[in-house]
Design a protein around this ligand. Structure first.
Ligand SMILES: NC(=O)c1ccc[n+]([C@@H]2O[C@H](COP(=O)([O-])OP(=O)(O)OC[C@H]3O[C@@H](n4cnc5c(N)ncnc54)[C@H](O)[C@@H]3O)[C@@H](O)[C@H]2O)c1
Length: 366
């Protein structure tokens, strides 16, 4: 089993990564001086797959588990789901030292983390991420929250877990499309922080897609190390943490234009990364090689890399309405070389238009 530590002073915590380790979670929990009551927040599909393993071992270890289900899907990442969970915790008399386990993908992790941040002004929580996105990204770093009808992730809190427990074996049951979409965030880490990791992904993408155990563990460890390094340096996104948004500026705009219905987040991020790399090349910030390798790796993994044709004026408008816009300046994270990015504000409209249009494919948004 591998271990990555997120260094945040008194809020530091361990991420454990291994194969077939779901069974050993309660041993680790017993060392954390938690109260007896534990809520397992998950969805019906994951209850069937993994809920029993967690529930039984907690009981066996002397905990009092309560299973709480939220229907699967982004549309349930709402304050209503949070409220439903509060009701159960209050009825079951959960106390300050009671804890919460988030068993699921990013949706469950974000909801459960937000409940933990706010119930009784904060109770300990443990992330047991089951999707690739959650294992390499959302379970680490303490961003928790829910959507509002007027926008995604508008309600939330920074609140760190006390433990992250990652069993890569559970990726065997993850739908293929989810796995591939999750890989976009992994490619992102290579581009923003580690060229050797990028090489590793190029050399091993076939093994990744066939779920080779050792390769998966290395991939998750490396991703968690990079995320943890960035979060430790800038927990509340005052500076460096913004580099994690590489590919997200245009990616978010594509998600908005398509009303979040056409593409998974990672799929939109992949298009956004390729477009950002193209922009960097057009602006003379990086070599052509950086753009070409980013595009090629995404394509080999099975991610779409060309953007369906869209009205540039609409894209420009949406970019300026994003919640990350400060003083009307759109911020782009652009690669200087593989493993290094810089933050650029005020990109020229015509250069952006040229870069976006050179990434167009032949189909249109419907
Ligand atoms: N907090 C953060 O820092 C952060 C970072 C990135 C994304 N997010 C959030 O994460 C969410 C997306 O997360 P996601 O991509 O994991 O989506 P998700 O949580 O909806 O999971 C995707 C689907 O896969 C299923 N699933 C998960 N694990 C499975 C497994 N092992 N076997 C079978 N099915 C499984 C889920 O039930 C769901 O249907 C978004 O809401 C996004 O805003 C948060």
């Amino acid at each position: 089993m591998k271990n990555v530590r997120v260094m945040l002073g008194s809020r530091s915590y361990d991420i454990f990564i291994g194969y077939n380790i779901l069974n050993n979670l309660s041993d680790r929990l017993s060392n954390l001086s938690l109260g007896k009551k534990v809520a397992i927040i998950t969805n019906p599909k994951l209850t069937k797959l993994y809920g029993g393993v967690i529930y039984r071992q907690l009981k066996g270890a002397g905990f009092i588990p309560t299973a709480i289900e939220i229907p699967a899907g982004e549309r349930y990442k709402t304050i209503k789901s949070v409220s439903k969970i509060y009701d159960i915790l209050i009825k079951e008399r959960f106390e300050r030292n009671s804890s919460i386990i988030a068993l699921g993908g990013g949706v469950i992790g974000d909801i459960a983390g937000f409940v933990a941040a706010t119930y009784l002004r904060g109770v300990p929580y443990i992330q047991v991420p089951t999707s690739l996105v959650a294992q390499v990204d959302s379970s680490v770093g303490g961003k928790t929250g829910v959507n509002h009808p007027l926008g995604k992730n508008l309600i939330g809190a920074f609140y760190q877990p006390v433990l992250v427990w990652i069993d890569v074996e559970v990726l065997r049951t993850l739908p293929r499309r989810e796995l591939i979409a999750g890989m976009a965030e992994v490619v992102k880490y290579g581009v923003i922080a580690d060229d050797r990791f990028f090489d590793f992904l190029e050399e091993n993408y076939k093994k990744i897609l066939s779920l080779d155990q050792e390769v998966l563990i290395h991939l998750v460890v490396k991703s968690c190390e990079i995320k943890s390094m960035v979060v430790s340096a800038d927990e509340r996104e005052k500076g460096l943490r913004a580099i994690l948004n590489f590919g997200h500026t245009i990616g978010h705009a594509i998600e908005t234009i398509t009303d979040y219905k056409m593409y998974k987040h990672g799929e939109a991020v992949a298009m956004g990364m390729v477009c950002a790399a193209r922009l960097a090349y057009t602006m003379g910030i990086c070599d052509q090689d950086v753009f070409e390798r980013t595009e090629r790796l995404c394509r080999l993994i099975g991610l779409r890399t060309s953007i369906p044709r869209l009205e540039f004026a609409t894209l420009w408008d949406i970019l300026h309405r994003d919640k990350k816009v400060i003083d009307e300046k759109v911020r782009f994270i652009l690669p200087v070389r593989l493993g290094e990015v810089k933050i650029i504000e005020d990109v020229d409209r015509e250069i952006l238009q040229e870069s976006v249009q050179s990434c167009y494919s032949n189909d249109n948004f419907v």
